[in-house]
Design a protein around this ligand. Structure first.
Ligand SMILES: [Zn+2]
Length: 115
């Protein structure tokens, strides 16, 4: 499986466009798997593709890696926000279940009504 970063993809697209190819000609190349010319142009100019399907076609890694501390999390699960853990010895991020939670679930495991 092809793996790229957005920066290497943008550099590749800029190099191709700089060599005189139009965006439509670049989009017609097999390695871009039918991604529209306008999308490739936007990526070259700094756009970060959000769609998981589009990212997979372009060989870009998923936008987030989620670690579950209790059970599985289905693909596409939505969270409203994330925070940095308030512990000085920890640099974990977490999706808070309560606005008053300040520590990640490793530093302060969830139990009952305790925050
Ligand atoms: Zn923590």
């Amino acid at each position: 499986m092809l793996v790229r970063t957005r920066d290497t993809l943008a550099a590749e697209l800029c190099a191709l466009h700089g060599s005189g190819m139009t965006w439509r000609q670049i989009a017609a190349l097999a390695r871009f798997c039918g991604v529209p010319a306008g999308t490739l142009c936007a990526i070259a100019k700094g756009y970060e593709p959000k769609s998981p399907d589009l990212r997979a076609k372009l060989g870009l890694p998923p936008t987030a890696t989620v670690v579950s501390v209790d059970g599985a999390i289905p693909d596409g699960t939505q969270v409203t926000s994330w925070r940095m853990c308030a512990s000085p010895n920890c640099d974990n991020t977490f999706a808070d279940n309560n606005p008053q939670r300040r520590y990640c679930y490793e530093c302060r495991p969830k139990k009952g009504k305790t925050i």
